[in-house]
Design a protein around this ligand. Structure first.
Ligand SMILES: [Mg+2]
Length: 277
């Protein structure tokens, strides 16, 4: 039986209702196309890191837990940052790291191999977009648009992939061209830059900004500008309406104002956010 949808309020005192702009992370927050990426990344990174000279002495558990730490801490940033951390760890364990871009390309190759069938099914319209969407996502996007909120998408995935996947998932129309992602020149993009652009470019007060994310970085970026941060502790694999406890703890530490498992009851979420109860 499906669980009833629940929202956990972390900061009941936060001002709500005046939102004009909303920033979304993509993978794990709206899209499930890349579900399983953490396992692909961590498995591949372990292959690389376990070859470092001092890795046997550190032991498998310690090596794996260091990978867990730096992958999760950088979740939401561009993939290259996780590859920078891998290179640093390889050096720390006495190895000679390759250019981090090499790790990124290999990770990307492995991940696409694993998720290509989902992308093709969506491209050929053989799968309904809802299958690869966080539950209730379309209801939420529609509800925000109906309330006059301008929507932005910022992804740590390379921009051309993020744009294409937003297209085949059918969410692009809600963002009206405001879809941003990782760049080859990683210095030219960050979610923080997007937040700054939204706030600066629109003469916005923090409490007019709403952010949705399942990763540390986007929640931190929104919270530090005084935006209202919705932590989406999505269970990407099971989609059972259950909160992923690991994500929940990370999102609260990053500054989330509320925690939800998904958008399973989008009307209740919208009512809360807009003070319509
Ligand atoms: Mg994410």
């Amino acid at each position: 039986m499906a669980l009833s949808w629940q929202m956990e309020v972390i900061r009941p005192e936060r001002k709500r209702g005046g939102f004009r702009f909303a920033l979304f992370d993509f993978d794990g927050t709206l899209s499930l196309i890349r579900e399983g990426w953490q396992g692909v990344m961590k498995g591949y990174f372990y292959e690389e890191l376990s070859r470092a000279p001092l890795a046997p002495r550190a032991g498998e558990a310690a090596v794996r837990s260091s990978i867990d730490d730096f992958v999760d801490l950088n979740t939401g940033k561009q993939t290259i940052y996780q590859c920078f951390s891998l290179a640093e760890e390889i050096a720390r364990l006495g190895g000679t790291p390759l250019d981090p871009q090499v790790y990124k390309d290999e990770y990307q190759r492995r991940l696409l191999e694993q998720v290509r069938h989902r992308i093709s099914a969506l491209e050929r319209r053989e799968a309904p977009p809802e299958r690869y969407m966080v539950p209730g996502g379309f209801d939420l996007l529609r509800g925000l648009r109906d309330r006059g909120v301008s929507l932005f998408l910022a992804s740590g995935t390379d921009e051309q992939f993020a744009k294409h996947e937003a297209d085949i998932l059918g969410v692009s129309p809600y963002f009206e061209g405001r879809v941003y992602g990782a760049q080859r020149d990683y210095r030219s993009f960050s979610k923080k830059m997007v937040v700054d652009r939204i706030i600066g470019g629109n003469d916005l007060k923090g409490d007019e900004l709403l952010g949705f994310g399942d990763g540390f970085v986007e929640i931190e970026n929104v919270a530090e500008r005084d935006g209202f941060a919705v932590g989406v502790a999505s269970d990407e694999k099971n989609r059972g309406g259950r909160v992923d406890e690991w994500k929940r703890n990370r999102l609260i530490a990053a500054g989330a104002d509320i925690i939800i498992p998904d958008y399973g009851d989008a009307p209740a979420l919208l009512k809360y956010l807009f003070g319509e109860e």
